[in-house]
Design a protein around this ligand. Structure first.
Ligand code: PLP
Length: 436
């Protein structure tokens, strides 16, 4: 499209005057208005086109403006655009069946929400009612959403702004070898010691009071932390020992991001509840939900579930989830993520450790982070000014990075091509080289 500076100025002015923006001081915001997108690219109104390494908020897994996904939404809107949960609907039935067929065995029911946070709220309600217990254990390095229960479970500092938290939440340290809370030097040590710490936490909190342990199968916003071998299996065993429900929060990690439908399928572990959102339909229409084990679902065969949402299983959202899963299958997107992750993105990012600021590289599929440090010995995090400089250099070269604290998260739309991925890695490399 032709550059349109008047439109840019007008969108910015109205936004600053009237839009109250997430997570931000409202004064002095400067955000780029977007005009369009296709595949792994988006563009602004001034003719600048960017290769996207963010997938917006790690949700546009299928890429921008996928024509079949747009068409499915248009078709559903033309039939019956909205249907209350008290009526059955074709798209809700299809979406629930398709999601449960892709989930681990013995998880045949789905409760739909509009967002990840609402999925987490309902997962904890399900776990508490099923067990008759109230305590919830969650990791410090976690993000679970911004409604009251979900932000209380969130371990990172964003929780602090919403305190006081809901009662009954206890935090623990999960595995993170690069900055081990357990003085571990190998993945095996980290896994064993993190499990022992969790075991002791459970013991001291009273195992028969704990309804659930919630964790991100792969920690997302807090640094793309892939659990070391044995960790998730150990958490599952601990939960089984004490009748505690295991909630896998897959809002960010689910639906192709790690090359599986659900990230937990990278390990041999079946959780009791899985929360999802984002990638289920790439956010073309807001949708989230909880996949529920048959044992938990059974609790509510006679007893009514005391929760609901006007838009639970919204017709357009569910139609877009059905189309999205079908597209991912038809286009081999899961296979593409595994292949490119293993062959191109992983090795390409690992090679960047030649730069003096790259302390750690970790991830899988299309879910990666580079952790940057000012000194590889002390592991002092790289400062905000340097991170901003890297961000600017990438954008100037047409690549839009996701900078989180001292990390670059590399989480592109899962349809990114091999050439595009190589281009992105080269641009990041040049930005790192440009620091010195
Ligand atoms: N859980 C995880 C793991 C997330 O990454 C997020 C969002 O980033 C959420 C929950 C909250 O999802 P939403 O922003 O859709 O409420």
């Amino acid at each position: 499209p032709a550059p349109d500076p008047d439109r840019v100025a007008s969108i910015k002015e109205m936004s600053r005057n009237h839009v109250f923006t997430s997570w931000s001081a409202q004064g002095g915001l400067d955000q780029l208005p977007l005009a369009g997108g296709e595949g792994a690219h988006f563009w602004d109104f001034e003719g600048n086109r960017y290769l996207d390494l963010t997938s917006q908020l790690v949700n546009v897994n299928i890429g921008y403006q996928h024509p079949k996904l747009v068409a499915a939404i248009q078709q559903a809107a033309g039939e019956l655009a909205t249907i209350a949960p008290g009526f059955d609907s074709q798209s809700r039935a299809d979406a629930a069946r398709m999601i449960s067929e892709r989930a681990p065995e013995g998880m045949s029911k789905v409760f739909f929400t509009n967002s990840g946070a609402e999925a987490v709220e309902n997962a904890i309600r399900l776990a508490r009612l099923h067990t008759g217990r109230h305590k919830l254990l969650a990791a410090y390095r976690s993000y679970h959403g911004a409604t009251h229960g979900a932000i209380s479970l969130t371990g990172e500092a964003r929780r602090l702004g919403s305190e006081p938290s809901i009662p009954g939440v206890v935090h623990f340290w999960g595995p993170y070898l690069y900055r081990s809370s357990f003085h571990a030097t190998t993945e095996q040590e980290e896994s064993e010691r993190a499990l022992e710490h969790l075991r002791q936490t459970v013991q001291f909190e009273g195992p028969d009071r704990i309804a659930a342990i919630i964790l991100e199968s792969v920690v997302g916003s807090n640094g793309i932390l892939v659990p070391p071998p044995g960790y998730l299996e150990g958490v599952r065993a601990l939960c089984d020992e004490h009748g505690i429900m295991l909630i896998a929060d897959e809002v960010m990690a689910g639906f192709a991001r790690t090359g599986q439908w659900f990230a937990i399928q990278n390990w041999d572990v079946r959780p009791d509840l899985i929360t999802f959102a984002k990638g289920v339909n790439s956010g073309y229409i807001p949708l989230g939900g909880v996949v529920i084990s048959d044992e938990i679902a059974e609790t509510f065969t006679e007893r009514p579930y005391p929760g609901g949402l006007t838009y639970s299983g919204h017709a357009l959202a569910c139609a877009s989830a059905v189309a999205s899963m079908q597209i991912m299958e038809d286009e081999g997107i899961l296979e593409h993520v595994r292949d490119l992750g293993e062959r191109v993105i992983g090795p390409g990012l690992q090679a960047l450790t030649e730069h003096s600021v790259v302390g750690d590289v970790r991830g899988l599929g299309m879910f990666w982070a580079l952790e940057l440090v000012s000194d590889k010995e002390t592991r002092e995090p790289l400062g905000a000014a340097e991170m901003a400089k890297i961000g600017r250099a990438c954008k100037d070269a047409g690549v839009w990075p996701l900078i989180m604290a001292n990390r670059i998260h590399v989480v592109p739309p899962c349809v990114i091509t091999e050439d595009e991925a190589k281009q992105a890695i080269e641009v990041i490399g040049n930005a790192l080289a440009g620091l010195t």
